[in-house]
Design a protein around this ligand. Structure first.
Ligand code: IVH
Length: 680
């Protein structure tokens, strides 16, 4: 028996959820200005679904669970979808995928359609984080493009979709395949690639316009422009993933349907759609997509699992807003909302002062995030971020977490604007701004903040790779005056290390061994480890490839350096400036005197002098290990494809670099081929 009071509480909670969801729908769909993360929204929605499942009497005709998205804006004309554009049921765990498979089997069994061998095939593909659209082709001609709207009625965006190059204006019969039907309703996702989004946002900011928070908002904002000339200038793309009524098309399976659409000239995400014959494969490939999440050139927020046989799809049918034959396996979100407690300033190794937000701890994708970069003062001003603000924080892969945007609408007036200090917060020296740069710097080369960061960089894995020398030990060594500059590391004795707090003799010995081992390195790692401004791993490789020893690099002139492809005046200027400082030259000498040695110049190998670009995940070795091997053998690794790339190496799930390489006719090496060449 449910007591009256208890039921009252449930109804109250449900009504509050309804109001909140409607409000967030409006912010998201109508204004393109969400106030909460997708994950938070999902939680509200899941809670509402849960309550409605427990107490079906709660469901009303206008419950947010009964419809999708928001009403179309008035300014566009309306388009009624011939078949409702459904949404997808979400799940967040392997268990839920298994439950979905069980439900599918049970229903098919009931209709006596489950094959004797019990096999059910699924397709699995990335879930693109853009906006859903429908394209209607009549007699093969694109006649209407519309947004999903509330699932039944969307906005007429025909003029805008026609500006998107990946949307064919007419279907193509020349590539064979079955003839297209008189009426074809294609569904897909319009999105903006991540790189294009960054560039687009930068140019907006330069023009004094506000930046979009993420590629999805940028795509949505672009598609819903009243002036299609504006849309035409936006870098939009589209992937098609289905049709209104697949059973009319005479394709036996979802996979075949994708191939058919592709033959008609529609863009489908073919290389990443996988046909899975077993449930384990479904789960494994969904995880694989999640692992590769940051490698995709566009944002994805999950994997979509679909029953492959179209007749099964038809049998399974749909619920109010979602089909029973498909499921979205949502990834752990990489954005969350939290609050900025205060804003501090961090000093980098080159002196750059970076504002950092100290946050109320928030878990993003399973990692607790306490601090996030705010990049520079201009970014803070542009985004109007204040201490005390609620903010959206993003953490993607290895990249440092960043504050994406502040949620201005929830301010209560207690927020405090932040001003960059005029002094270095560590040593108190007056900060300076380089001409035409956004960043201000501490110019004091002896600033303890800078020195500690330089040490951290020097010992890091991609630099001298001194294993076991973490921030804590390094901090102690610095504070006790044992190590101030990198060369001091090589003068450490066992007693020095043992004298530190919380270190045992054995690990002290290991650390000393690691320091010794690090002396045997490559010229490019050494150059990178010095931490010269603008000299990242790639430039260090270029320099090491051009010069055989450090002295030659030290003495190189501006003219000599700028003559090297890939080195412009900014980088060259920074190198010359670094080595014109006598303490830097002295330090390099001390390191060499301490015994730092570089691998012999590589013997001529098929790899030497060649430039490689790697795309996708490598399976037999870590990517950095392969890169190291290439460099050891005299080759070069570049991060992006250009005319000077000699080979593109592909691992699993290669990214868009492959397309560019194909356009430039660059030969492709499989991972196995490369390893063979490297070993040979
Ligand atoms: S299939 C019946 N496949 O996700 C709906 N949807 O959260 C069939 N989406 O409304 C959708 N990538 O806009 C499908 N590869 C993909 C997708 C995809 C993104 C979107 C789509 C849908 C939303 C549901």
């Amino acid at each position: 028996m449910i007591s009256g009071v208890f039921m009252e509480d449930i109804v109250k909670e449900w009504s509050e959820l309804k109001r909140a969801i409607e409000y967030h729908n409006y912010r998201y769909y109508t204004l393109d200005a969400p106030e909460i993360s997708d994950a938070e929204y999902d939680r509200l929605f899941q809670r509402m679904l849960f309550l409605e499942r427990q107490y079906p009497n709660l469901v009303t005709f206008d419950s947010p669970t009964q419809r999708i998205g928001a009403q179309p804006q008035e300014a566009f004309s309306e388009v009624r979808h011939r078949h409702p554009m459904l949404s997808l049921e979400n799940c967040f765990s392997d268990e839920e995928v298994k439950d979905f498979d069980q439900r599918v089997r049970k229903l098919l069994k009931k209709s006596l359609k489950l094959p004797d061998d019990d096999s059910i095939e699924y397709t699995v593909e990335p879930k693109i984080d853009g906006l859903a659209v429908e394209l209607v082709y009549a007699g093969g001609r694109l006649v209407t493009g519309s947004t999903r709207g509330d699932g039944y009625v969307g906005e007429n965006i025909t003029a805008n979709v026609k500006t998107i190059l990946s949307v064919p204006l007419g279907l193509d019969q020349s590539k064979g395949g079955r003839p297209f039907p008189d009426l074809l309703e294609v569904r897909g996702e319009i999105y903006m690639e991540k790189e294009a989004f960054e560039l687009f946002n930068k140019s907006r900011v330069m023009k004094g316009e506000t930046a979009f928070a993420n590629p999805r908002n940028a795509a949505a904002g672009s598609v819903r422009q009243l002036d299609s000339k504006v849309t035409a200038k936006r870098p939009l793309s589209m992937f098609c993933y289905g049709v209104g009524t697949p059973k009319d098309l005479d394709c036996g399976t979802q996979y075949e349907l994708m191939l058919t659409l592709q033959r008609w000239g529609l863009r489908v995400n073919r290389p990443h759609i996988k046909l899975c014959r077993k449930l384990e494969e479904v789960i494994e490939y969904s995880r694989e997509i999640e692992r590769q999440r940051n490698v995709f050139p566009y944002e994805i927020d999950g994997a979509v699992i679909k029953v492959n046989r179209i007749d099964f799809q038809t049998l399974l049918g749909e619920k109010a807003r979602t089909p029973r034959w498909a499921l979205a396996y949502k990834f752990k979100p990489n954005q969350e909302t939290t609050r900025i407690v205060r804003i501090g300033v961090q000093v980098g190794r080159t002196g750059a002062l970076t504002p950092v937000a100290h946050l109320e701890p928030v878990s993003i994708g399973g990692v607790t995030v306490r601090r996030a970069t705010l990049h520079n003062e201009q970014e803070i001003m542009r985004k109007d971020i204040r201490e005390g603000d609620r903010v959206v924080v993003q953490r993607a892969g290895d990249v440092i977490p960043e504050v994406v945007t502040a949620i201005h609408s929830v301010r209560d007036g207690s927020e405090r604007p932040f001003l960059m200090p005029k002094m270095c917060p560590v040593c108190g020296t007056e900060a300076v701004r380089r001409p035409n740069e956004k960043i201000i710097e501490c110019p004091n080369p002896k600033c303890p903040g800078r020195l500690k960061e330089a040490l951290k960089h020097f010992v890091s894995r991609r630099s001298m790779n001194i294993e076991g020398l973490g921030e804590k030990i390094l901090g102690q060594l610095y504070e006790r005056g044992m190590v101030k500059y990198p060369a001091d590391l090589y003068a450490l004795r066992l007693e020095d290390i043992i004298s530190l707090e919380k270190i045992e003799e054995k690990s002290a010995g290991n650390l000393l061994g690691a320091i010794e081992k690090s002396k045997y390195t490559t010229l490019s790692k050494f150059i990178y480890a010095l931490g010269i401004r603008h000299v990242g791993e790639h430039v260090a490789q270029v320099l090491a490839g051009r010069y055989s020893d450090v002295q030659k690099i030290q003495n190189a002139t501006m003219d000599e350096l700028t003559a090297i492809p890939g080195i412009g005046t900014e980088i060259a200027g920074s190198i010359v400036e670094y080595f014109s400082n006598s303490s830097n030259r002295e330090m390099v000498q001390r390191l060499l005197d301490a015994g730092v040695r570089f691998a012999e110049p590589p013997a001529q190998s098929p790899v030497s002098g060649k430039t490689f670009v790697i795309t996708g995940t490598l399976e037999s070795m870590k990517r950095y290990e392969v890169e190291e091997l290439i460099v050891k053998k005299g080759g070069r690794v570049a991060s992006s494809v250009s005319k000077s790339t000699d080979f593109i190496v592909t691992g699993k799930s290669p990214g868009s670099k492959m397309e560019k390489a194909a356009k430039l006719g660059i030969p492709v090496l499989k991972e196995e081929d490369l390893i063979e060449i490297l070993r040979g």
